[in-house]
Design a binder for this molecule. Sequence first.
Ligand code: 5GP
Ligand code: ZN
Length: 132
Amino acid sequence: MKNCIFCKIIKGEIPSIKVWEDAETYAFMDINPTRPGHMLIIPKKHVDYIFETEEPLFTKLFVNAKKLSKALKSSTGALKIGLAIEGIAVRHVHLHLIPVNNVNDLDPCKSKKGNIEELKQMAEKIRKELKD
Ligand code: 5GP
Ligand code: ZN
């Protein structure tokens, strides 16, 4: 999709801090994390609305989110990994995976521009947990 920022990330036209990918999905650090470790998983194919995502892609997104959540939880030590999906600002399906310890940790008003070096270090930490 032309002018879609996440399609541009998939094509490598815009840089991103990748955590993991497979043939259908791509996971990377959110540049404005709500909590340290905040990451996104997206389909490589442009789909606007989560509940219009066809099978088997819909299931694949959640299966991969589950796999990533384990690595994210152990690398951050969070109580749980929260999931948020709304996609109003960016109209390309994305699942927010956010380490949470408190009820309001998913609040998007808490998001702040991340430090690129810190985001890279966090991505590396998560990747390491995925391998082990
Ligand atoms: P939403 O559509 O779910 O309201 O918000 C879009 C999310 O994508 C936000 O959390 C925002 O920080 C993130 N985002 C927007 N543009 C970029 C980008 O170019 N790179 C990355 N890594 N994240 C982005
Ligand atoms: Zn797109």
